[in-house]
Write a protein that binds this ligand. Structure first.
Ligand SMILES: [Zn+2]
Length: 230
């Protein structure tokens, strides 16, 4: 992985039947890490960190769909989410403030387990800084995490794709603004780490995505909505 920070620990793990990518991000110096979007197999995720000599000290959630945080929504149930993690590690669940109530409803965790964030908030682990970027569209409080030139994007941006906008909380106009405004500010060398293994490769760069991802190449909202079948 290309990064300028020798302290950065970042692992991508493929988990569950929906091809979710879960990430461990932390500090090699302090041996602490957080789990991004813990679900499906909490014991295995904690064990994967432990096998690298890392202690899990909390979680970051990109959005409140059960395949990213566990729990249930509209009859769809996913085991092993943030609620299970809270019982097994000493730490908080970091979410965008707009997503917090939905996250509580879907997973059953309490307010005391949560830290509500604004866009631009930073979480520091050792010499590693994780910046939270609000990227609404897939859900109202979706967020991406930018860390030493790595973008952990949840269901906002996939390799050669983007998240659906027809699920609960989806908003096509907000997603268009996220794709063509917020994400357009990232430099070409930023590495994209998506929330699902839906593309031809498990990761890419923003520069490569600007060539091959049609959702980053649209000229107008009308064109994009037609592309999305609306
Ligand atoms: Zn989702």
């Amino acid at each position: 992985m290309r990064t300028g920070n020798p302290d950065l620990y970042l692992r991508q793990l493929l988990v569950g039947p929906m091809a979710n990518f879960i990430y461990l991000i932390g500090s090699k110096r302090t041996r602490e890490c957080v789990i991004v979007d813990p679900a499906w197999a909490i014991e295995e995720l904690i064990a994967a960190a432990a096998a690298d000599g890392m202690t899990v000290t909390g979680a970051l959630v990109t959005h409140y769909h059960p395949d990213h945080c566990g729990g249930s929504m509209m009859g769809f149930q996913v085991p092993g989410g943030v609620a299970e993690l809270i019982g097994k590690v000493d730490g908080k669940i970091h979410t965008h403030k707009i997503e917090a109530d939905g996250l509580k409803k879907v997973t059953g965790i309490s307010e005391g387990d949560l830290v509500r964030h604004e866009s631009g908030d930073k979480l520091e682990i050792g010499d590693v800084t994780i910046e939270m970027i609000h990227t609404p569209g897939h859900t109202p409080g979706s967020q991406c995490f930018l860390c030493d030139g790595c973008l952990v994007a949840g269901d906002t941006l996939f390799v050669d794709g983007c998240g659906r906008v027809d699920l609960p909380g989806g908003d096509p106009a907000q997603m268009y603004e996220t794709l063509t405004g917020t994400l357009a500010k990232l430099t070409d060398d930023v590495i994209l780490y998506p929330g699902h293994d839906y593309g031809p490769t498990p990761q890419s760069t923003m520069g490569a995505q600007r060539q091959t991802n049609r959702h980053l190449r649209v000229r107008s909202m009308g064109d994009w909505l037609r592309m999305m079948g609306r």
